[in-house]
Design a protein around this ligand. Structure first.
Ligand code: DI6
Ligand code: FE
Length: 414
């Protein structure tokens, strides 16, 4: 049995700093939290330092491990040149229609082997993990044929095996129409629904299914075909909805009891009501909003009024959000969307876990749960949204084990 008492910490167990517990302790046995509370209330059972060796965190803040619930982390190449074209005035949609955009990354991804894809995704993942991320969703969607989608999902699974992070995979075969199916969307969807999804699901590579429901992606009716196929395989769904235009994607997602509807800049009140009724999480992606210089704000007031849980994620992808920092998303969501500090913190903890259907496993610290937490060298948790690009996470603990520790130069030199 391995037992540790983590003490002298400021505990934010639910992701809401207003409920913080000062001078708290966590008793962890074999990776699980068996007690948490104020140190002064520590039961005698955990008080003997011989059987419960102590780790003193010196007053540092502790939050649940962060959850990045929407990423396209695995892909070949990058699109900095396309970014430069956009700076010169070419629109994202125009690039996509000219065979660039997602399809440019599809070409690079198909040409890359698993080891290359693993290495490039691993470097992005390492940046996220150093910020306290302990669970992440990774979508496929840059392969667009069975073998290439399989390659992406296998790399995603391998990242979860090689790094101290829980990886949840999402099959996004309906991300774009591959060139060999140009003008034949229905035939490609036959392939997605009848061949790719069944095969990949059978191989245990798929935890959820997503569709890019958009003018430049798939229509409502086409998206629905994929959601139905997912349902036939007993898989939960998510939807890229209302990102560049209003389409009614949120209502479609709600009809299929989606875990989440993501982006949502063009969401209307009927869509908000539908998300609420279905228990679907609204995932906002301020990195994409910022990077494509969107001006339509997601309807924060409506989401609040209907009490729809709001999550935030990086949307890490080469076209619209080349982000490798979840903390930067907190900063963007507060400044651009005027979200509050408690909202953004819950957005990357409990609500993000809910967007993965993993609310019982991630995003909250409680007795009986795995001791997955991040340690922050800050005076106030508002600093997580305040600093831009400053490393604040000093230690990451997963199942009771320290898996990451940041050492500053001063310490190294001693
Ligand atoms: N929405 C997005 O913002 C990304 N995919 C999606 O479905 C864009 C992906 C890319 O441009 O590579
Ligand atoms: Fe996305």
């Amino acid at each position: 049995m391995q037992q540790t008492l983590w003490q002298h910490l400021t505990l934010c167990a639910q992701g809401d700093p207003r409920d913080a517990l000062h001078d708290a302790a966590l008793a962890v046995c074999d990776g699980q939290i068996v007690w948490q509370g104020a140190l002064r209330d520590l039961p005698a059972a955990y008080a003997d330092p011989l059987t419960w060796p102590r780790e003193d965190l010196g007053g540092a803040w502790v939050t649940p491990g962060l959850v990045d619930c929407h990423t396209h982390l695995v892909y070949g190449g990058q699109r900095a040149d396309e970014f430069a074209q956009r700076l010169a005035g070419v629109s994202y949609e125009a690039l996509a229609q000219a065979g660039g955009g997602i399809l440019a990354t599809v070409r690079a991804t198909r040409a890359a082997d698993e080891a290359t894809l693993f290495a490039s995704a691993a470097s992005r993942l390492e940046a996220l993990l150093a910020e306290g991320v302990s669970a992440i969703e990774i979508k496929s969607g840059y392969g667009l044929d069975l073998a290439s989608e399989r390659k992406l999902l296998r790399v995603a699974r391998a990242l979860g095996e090689r790094y101290p992070v829980s990886v949840y995979t999402t099959f996004l075969g309906a991300h774009a129409l591959p060139p060999e199916f140009a003008g034949r969307a229905e035939a490609y969807l036959d392939e997605v629904c009848e061949r790719m999804l069944p095969a990949l699901a059978d191989e245990g590579l798929v935890d959820a299914v997503d569709v890019f429901c958009e003018r430049i992606g798939f229509s409502l009716a086409q998206s629905e075909r994929v959601l139905q196929a997912a349902q036939r395989h007993g898989l939960r769904v998510k939807l890229h909805a209302e990102q560049l235009s209003h389409s009614g994607g949120a209502q479609l997602a709600a009809r299929y009891h989606a875990l989440s509807a993501d982006h949502l800049e063009y969401l209307d009140e009927a869509g908000v009501a539908a998300l609420k009724a279905a228990g679907t999480v609204a995932v906002l992606l301020p990195g994409a909003y910022y990077f494509i210089r969107e001006t339509q704000l997601p309807p924060l007031e409506l989401l609040r009024r209907y009490e729809v849980p709001i999550a935030l994620a990086t949307d890490s992808n080469p076209g619209t959000s080349p982000a490798t920092s979840l903390l930067l998303m907190l900063n963007l969501a507060t400044t651009l969307f005027r979200m509050t500090v408690p909202e953004v913190l819950q957005g990357v903890t409990c609500h993000a876990a809910q967007a993965l259907g993993q609310g019982e496993r991630h995003g909250t610290l409680a007795v009986g749960r795995s001791a997955d937490f991040a340690v922050w060298q800050v005076e106030s948790l508002a600093e997580l949204a305040y600093w831009m690009g400053r490393p604040l996470c000093t230690q990451v603990v997963r199942a009771g084990q320290t898996v990451y520790r940041r050492r500053g130069y001063a310490e190294e030199r001693q």
